[in-house]
Write a new protein. Structure first.
Length: 292
């Protein structure tokens, strides 16, 4: 694993830092097509109208995900430069976290699923927002959020409804049931998000020692007969609650160190989030940290 950090004066510099980190870790970059690739993973990475735009593919020029995922202005809050970026690059997973305006965070991530037997490429990707600008701000709660046309959860795999593709901020190419990047069996299907972990997410942090357990960060696909299939389980990132953690804090658990971040912005006064807000309560995540 490699860890990189620095300052960027615009979104093009953020992209350059991400590309450089990936190339150093064995990815190939085609400057003409703006495609990053490694094995079965293909990612078009562009800067469009001030947004960093990521589009998953199954080849260098085809097999596109239904929409892009992006970093950029959410609601009325713009990204302010210069910002600080951190890149966590592993063999098959890459995470980028940006901090700006003191306590705002945005992110993107992509990698290859560890779940065996998927008929698709297994590539997954996500970012703070989908293809819309999220004019209505953030909508997040302890279980999962059914995004409306102008809302985003701001969190990875937090919901899986297909009836808001323009605002979907994560995709997995499982190709289960021959449906490619789809996360649900039909349009309007019941959402999953972190639903299987909802009881644990709701009771964190511990009342006994004030710590928050790191929970598996997974994606699911809705299948026929109301069944679910696990499509990814990230190796180097976890869900958690950050009530008692400072954003950017490094937490040691056994031999491992984890760096803790809010999904967008921490707010302990409304820890369970809400609708049309400019924060993500105390919902957050931890990324394995092997930096200095």
């Amino acid at each position: 694993m490699a860890y990189y950090t620095g300052s960027a004066n615009d979104m093009a510099a953020v992209r350059s830092a991400l590309v450089d980190a990936c190339v150093a870790e064995g990815w190939a970059w085609n400057e003409v097509t703006e495609v990053l690739s490694k094995g079965a993973m293909f990612l078009r990475l562009q800067v469009v109208s001030g947004y960093l735009s990521l589009l998953g593919r199954t080849s260098a020029a085809s097999g596109d995900a239904p929409n892009v995922v992006r970093l950029g202005q959410i609601g009325s809050v713009p990204i302010v430069f210069p910002l600080t970026y951190e890149v966590f690059a592993f063999e098959s997973e890459v995470y980028l976290v940006c901090r700006y305006s003191i306590d705002f965070y945005q992110w993107c991530a992509f990698g290859n699923s560890t779940i065996q037997g998927l008929p698709g490429s297994g590539m997954w990707l996500g970012a703070s927002i989908g293809s819309l600008a999220a004019d209505g701000g953030i909508r997040i709660d302890p279980e999962s959020s059914n995004n409306g046309a102008s809302h985003t959860t701001g969190a990875l795999f937090w919901y899986t409804q297909n009836n808001g593709l323009s605002n979907r901020n994560s995709f997995v190419h499982s190709d289960l049931d021959g449906q490619g990047w789809a996360l649900s069996q039909t349009l309007g299907a019941s959402y999953v998000g972190p639903g299987p972990l909802a009881p644990l997410i709701s009771v964190l942090p511990s009342r006994w020692n004030s710590e928050a357990v790191l929970l598996p960060l997974r994606s699911w696909k809705v299948r026929p007969s109301s069944k679910l299939s696990l499509t990814s389980e990230l190796e180097h990132a976890r869900y958690t609650r950050i009530d008692n953690y400072v954003p950017g804090e490094v937490v040691s658990i056994g031999p491992d160190r984890w760096k803790v971040f809010p999904w967008y912005r921490k707010d302990t006064s409304a820890r369970n989030g809400g609708n049309n807000i400019d924060h993500t309560g105390t919902f957050g995540w931890a990324i394995r940290y092997e930096g200095p």
